[in-house]
Design a protein around this ligand. Structure first.
Ligand code: ADP
Ligand code: MG
Length: 253
């Protein structure tokens, strides 16, 4: 089956900092890849490169069969325009550590904003779909609540619904529960588990090793911009081969 995401030897520097030092991953459709690793290891940068929030220095990224950022004409590559990049970016939905909802909009308005203003879909249809999504994340009763009236866990669930409203082929999660009070982590992970079970292709950067063990098809351990170890959750999280992986797991548990 065609992978939804392929990265080959992706490199990215910020000045003298080598954030990504040749990262290659592949995610088949419907699978969940969990990325774990210490702070500063390049996890967010990898997601941001896949979603074109950062431009890679070298290597290549394909999302849903399309080379991102470039158009190939013969044997030449041309950079895409901002509008073309914006279109490509819609293939993936992203959820960040900080629930960055629009503060002046209700939960429902947050969810329909993209479909209506970016995708130019009919408002009535967008609302119907948003109500289904609110139900799916367990927040039907909060449709008219503003972000300030919601808990962090509820806001993050709205953020997931908002990303799903754009009908992405791929969902990227960057430590979606790290900013939450411990008692609110479970409700967000439950929504993500449900999404994985529904067949969504997902890349999840997380320190929730229990979630990774239960949900991931593959786990990648990154350190200093490179993949140190990869394999099944059992292989990487339970029987890691590399000392750096063992040290990390011991520190997180
Ligand atoms: P992680 O998500 O694993 O904590 P990051 O991808 O955020 O790691 O960062 C990897 C490295 O790149 C770090 O050394 C970080 O300081 C650096 N970095 C990330 N983004 C930027 C940026 N916009 N400007 C400068 N350095 C950055
Ligand atoms: Mg990060």
């Amino acid at each position: 089956m065609m992978p939804i995401v392929v990265t080959t030897d992706v490199r990215k520097n910020f000045g003298s900092v080598q954030a990504l030092d040749g990262v290659s991953i592949q995610i088949p459709a419907g699978q969940v890849l969990c990325i774990v690793g210490p702070s500063g290891s390049g996890k967010s940068t990898l997601l941001r490169c896949i979603n074109q929030l950062e431009r890679i220095d070298s290597g290549a990224v394909w999302v849903d069969g399309e080379l991102i950022g470039y158009r190939r004409v013969g044997d030449k590559l041309y950079e895409l325009t901002d509008a073309e990049i914006a279109r490509q970016r819609l293939t993936s939905g992203m959820v960040f550590q900080r629930f960055n909802l629009f503060q002046h909009m209700t939960a429902l308005e947050n969810i329909i904003e993209g479909p209506v203003t970016v995708q130019k879909r009919r408002r009535t249809q967008a609302i119907d779909e948003a109500l289904v999504l609110l139900e799916r994340v367990g927040l039907s009763a909060k449709r008219d609540a503003y972000p300030s009236e919601l808990s962090g866990g509820q806001q993050q669930r709205v953020a997931i619904a908002r990303a799903l409203a754009m009908k992405p082929k791929l969902m990227l999660f960057d430590e979606p529960t790290s900013a939450l009070d411990p008692e609110l982590v479970g409700e967000v992970l439950a929504v993500m588990k449900d999404l994985a079970r529904s067949g969504m292709t997902m890349i999840v950067v997380t320190h929730e090793l229990g979630f990774a063990r239960e949900v991931a098809n593959e786990v990648v351990f990154m350190d200093r911009g490179a993949i140190v170890e990869r394999g099944s959750p059992q292989e990487v999280l339970v029987h890691p081969k590399q000392q750096r992986t063992r040290d990390f797991i011991a520190a997180v548990l």
